[in-house]
Design a protein around this ligand. Sequence first.
Ligand code: KG4
Ligand code: ZN
Length: 342
Amino acid sequence: MLEHETIYILAIESSCDDTSAAVLMNDKVLSNVVATQAIHKEYGGVVPELASRAHQQNIVPVVDQAIAKANIDKKQLSAIAFTRGPGLMGSLLVGTSFAKSLSLGLQIPLIEVNHMKAHILAHFIDDDSMKPPKFPFLALTISGGHTQIVQVNGFFDMKIIGQTLDDAVGEAFDKSAKILGLPYPGGPLIDKYATTGNPHKFEFPIPKVKDLDFSFSGLKTSILYFIQKQTKINPDFIENNLEDICASIQYTIITILIKKLKKAVKLTGIKEIAIGGGVSANSGIRKALVDAQTKYGWKTYVPKFEYCTDNAAMIGIVGYYKYKNEVFAKQDVTAKARYLIS
Ligand code: KG4
Ligand code: ZN
């Protein structure tokens, strides 16, 4: 284990449609630059080929900005950490190739990072507004591509104990939003409209799924049928009820998540709960997690907003811990579109 050294990590994230670079000094974030790709809005979802091209355009300026904001010189960098997967192959390739070349150029180690692990370990970023959970804890990772409950025994000891059998929570949000005619990504918009809506106005079914697994495709279908039926009766149904529909959808999703967490706590006896991933930016979910402290006696951890959606700071914190443990990647490391947490 390397101690007593100031470690500077440059981290790169390019797994989906955000190009991000961050610089960390040990476990503190000096800069965290995110370029969100607006192009996908026109298509109602992420177009992989366009994402890859936009990463190619963004990566150099984003990395330059991250280094400039951190106010360090490239020569001070100890290592380069990058997202190896999971994600879109064309997107991952841009960050992976860039990180490999820069590590060769600067003659510093390369560190590969699992994106989903990074969403979990984002809690360990040293930030005044956050406290890290204690091992072992349960992590609910909710993003556009994943929904998992992970038992986290240590930095490098994680086990998936439940996951979605079909759509991810983020997809449930985004697809519901699409049905309502809202632009991509619809998750944050559902959140926004839900704040002034009545969550009990409309009822959607809670799926019955075994063990700690999830399913969201049935919810999407039931919302679709409901909206089709109602708009046949009243073409202005969505417009007249948008806030209440959004609040009811969000309430249903939160109910599904909390129900499974309660089951996971019962099965494992672990009451330390952390959330991560883009959907943990949702204000209703954040509130439900905070309320669970008094309601169920859990200790819950909600990351700072900017460390929820895709960002390179979370890749950097994993890079820091890997660096300390001298876990480096070789130059022949390749991107992995499917990359399980282990
Ligand atoms: O982790 P993330 O940035 O990218 C993936 O790795 O997928 O997650 C993106 C997902 C999208 O589905 C987006 O709609 C959702 O996170 N999201 C939200 C909110 N902010 C982002 N969903 C609900 N409420 C939000 N406030
Ligand atoms: Zn993510």
